[in-house]
Design a protein around this ligand. Structure first.
Ligand SMILES: NC(=O)c1ccc[n+]([C@@H]2O[C@H](COP(=O)([O-])OP(=O)(O)OC[C@H]3O[C@@H](n4cnc5c(N)ncnc54)[C@H](OP(=O)(O)O)[C@@H]3O)[C@@H](O)[C@H]2O)c1
Length: 245
């Protein structure tokens, strides 16, 4: 088996995903740059290569069965296996003033769209990539979540609970719950799967509001992607440690 580790990051054309790809590349990983838009994935691959990263483009819309199947075939052709999958692609869905999504007036299509991307998309991609991950000696899966998913923080006045976001926030709670189910199912294998919160990061997602840079936002996901054997699984982390469910 080749020594170079192979990673795939979804939604890697910009923001936190791009920086996760750059960070793993800087650690010597060969990185598949997942992106749903062709010109954008090509531009990201070029930029990463210019920075010295061994990157290859992976056209990948997490909401499309065919797109995800094709992406798995492409990774198999390019690399033959996968050591790291980072499920980073995510959307907030339409919001009102102050990023709010009022549960009492919520458009059901917003809920469907957000769950389709943030939850079903992650299951679709993970299951398509699992055969390739099982060929690795130390497979790692990282689901990019958010502290707004924490029901414990939602029930407190903690600033990390964020605004009321009745589609986005529960979608990440759902993602966390799914992460735990995978961890239970994969217990006893060498696959470690965890959820990561990047903190409040200035990206397109937040209208470039937020105290953290995309590079800072990528740090926890990179740490979880590179955990040693025997490391934690089925947990939820930020830079400072574990986040309560
Ligand atoms: N920024 C924050 O403060 C923050 C806080 C907590 C958690 N997060 C999470 O961090 C992750 C990355 O967010 P970000 O801030 O970097 O946002 P971003 O700059 O908006 O990037 C989101 C990425 O996801 C991609 N994407 C969206 N839908 C997709 C789909 N159906 N298929 C494939 N790719 C898709 C986007 O592609 P396009 O360019 O084609 O749209 C883009 O590459 C998300 O999961 C988000 O929920 C962010």
């Amino acid at each position: 088996m080749s020594e170079t580790k192979i990673a795939l990051v979804t939604g890697a054309n910009k923001g936190i995903g791009y920086e996760i790809a750059a960070g793993l590349g800087a650690l010597g990983y060969r990185v598949g740059v997942g992106a749903r838009d062709e010109p954008r994935h090509e531009a990201a691959v070029e930029k990463l290569r210019a920075a010295g990263v061994d990157a290859f483009g992976v056209p990948l819309d997490v909401t499309g069965d065919r797109s995800v199947t094709d992406a798995a075939e492409l990774v198999e052709r390019q690399a033959g296996r996968l050591d790291v999958l980072v499920n980073n692609a995510g959307i907030s869905g339409e919001t009102g003033p102050g990023w709010a999504q009022d549960p009492t007036t919520l458009d059901l299509d917003v809920v469907r769209t957000v769950v389709e991307t943030n939850v079903i998309g992650v299951i679709r991609v993970t299951n398509a990539m699992l055969p390739l991950l099982r060929r690795s000696t130390s497979p790692r899966i990282v689901n990019v979540s958010s502290s707004v998913a924490s029901l414990t923080l939602q029930a407190s006045s903690d600033v990390k609970a964020g605004p009321i976001m009745a589609a986005y926030s529960p979608s990440k709670s759902f993602l966390n719950a799914v992460t735990v189910q995978y961890a239970r199912q994969l217990a006893g294998t060498n696959i470690l799967i965890n959820a990561a919160c990047p903190g409040l990061v200035a990206t397109d997602f937040t209208g470039f509001q937020g105290p953290r840079t995309p590079e800072q936002g990528a740090a926890t996901a990179i740490r979880l992607a590179t955990l040693p054997d025997g490391g934690p699984t089925g947990s939820f982390f930020e830079d400072d440690g574990v986040i309560p469910w």
